[in-house]
Design a protein around this ligand. Structure first.
Ligand code: GA4
Length: 330
């Protein structure tokens, strides 16, 4: 069994517990991409939850299982080997520490850029140190998942009756798109069984700063999302589907019509959870502002900013912060 390095007591106590929420929620929208009515259901899901599950997605199973098995092999390596691919700032292997501002979780991960130019420019100390086999599996997977994410974004543009249907997807397709990929491993935390009804945080609550995030996990539970009323619900795992989150940038581009969903992962007492997430982001120089056709005489709820400015500010924040708050018009 793979375990994380014996954590320092202080670090473990910093990994917070939260109130127990175990019942699975059955109301998560399921979008069948092969059905003609999916565009309207997609819009509704983004408005109500900022989150939905996608089936009949067209991403080849081999591509997913190949990457999962590469990830499992990587995370099974001795810690000293994995650490050779670290630290994770900006890209590489990370263990328990998330971001640069003191957040911690019961998780180890590989954070990678999806920009091929960046990968192959001889950045040995960044992406270069992750094993070659993982890199190839990631490249194939990201290509397929990005295609699916673009299809979803184009259906959303159709559903919103925006004439230019690639208005969102072109940002991910841009050569300069600042997208990120993350492989997470949440080892089991057996002591949880004795923690009388508490949950142990794997990855603390947050919203994703980008446009759209596409998550796939193995069959281990742990993901929770916050509903509009602030209640947390557990997402039933489904290794054959993808879960999609609206990110902060899409919330802004729709002038708040779509909600960037708060989510978190709690540790499992018995099973390892492995997840892979593609975060589709715009080019750094892109202005992020509400689309005029969605404003219908409304004022923008947000001050204008570039993705570079937002990202810079986001990376200075703590995980649970309301990052968009700084950019809201009062
Ligand atoms: C959340 C979404 C992505 O995982 C991520 C995360 C990033 C990191 O792990 O370094 C951040 C987090 C995420 C938002 C606020 C900052 C930056 C950790 C953190 C405390 C890769 C991203 O783009 O933003």
């Amino acid at each position: 069994m793979v375990v994380l390095a014996k954590p320092a007591i202080e670090q473990l106590s910093a990994i917070k517990t939260c109130k127990l929420t175990t019942t699975f929620f059955s109301g998560i929208p399921i979008i069948d991409l092969s059905k003609p009515d999916s565009k309207n259901l997609l819009v509704k899901a983004c408005e109500e939850f900022g989150f939905f599950k996608v089936i009949n997605h067209g991403v080849p199973t081999e591509c997913i299982t190949k990457l999962e098995s590469e990830a499992v092999s990587f995370f099974s390596l001795p810690l000293s080997e994995k650490e050779k691919a670290g630290p994770p700032n900006p890209f590489g292997y990370g263990n328990k520490s998330i971001g640069s501002n003191g957040d911690v979780g019961w998780v180890e991960y590989l954070l990678l850029t999806t920009n091929p130019e960046f990968n192959y420019q001889g950045f040995e100390s960044i992406y270069g140190k992750t094993p070659e086999t993982i890199r190839c599996a990631v490249d194939d997977y990201v290509l397929a998942v990005k295609r699916m994410a673009c299809e979803v974004l184009e259906l959303l543009a159709d559903g919103l009756k925006i004439q230019q249907r690639n208005v969102f997807s072109k940002l991910l397709m841009d050569e300069q798109s600042d997208s990120v990929f993350r492989l997470n491993h949440y080892p089991p935390y057996p002591e949880l069984q004795e923690m009388n009804g508490s949950n142990f945080i794997g990855f603390g609550e947050h919203t994703d700063p980008q446009i759209i995030s596409v998550l796939r996990s193995n069959n281990t539970s742990g993901l929770q999302i916050s509903l509009k009323d602030g209640n947390w619900i557990s997402v039933p795992p489904d290794q054959n589907s993808f879960f999609i989150n609206v990110g902060d940038s899409l919330q802004v581009m729709t002038n708040g019509r779509f909600k960037s969903v708060r989510h978190r992962v709690i540790a499992n007492s018995l099973k390892s959870r492995v997840s892979m997430i593609y975060f589709g982001g715009p080019p750094l120089s892109e202005k992020i502002a509400p689309l005029p056709s969605l404003m219908e005489g409304e004022d923008s709820l947000y001050k204008e900013f570039t993705w570079f400015e937002y990202k810079k500010s986001a990376y200075k924040s703590r995980l649970a912060d309301n990052r968009l708050g700084l950019f809201e018009k009062i």
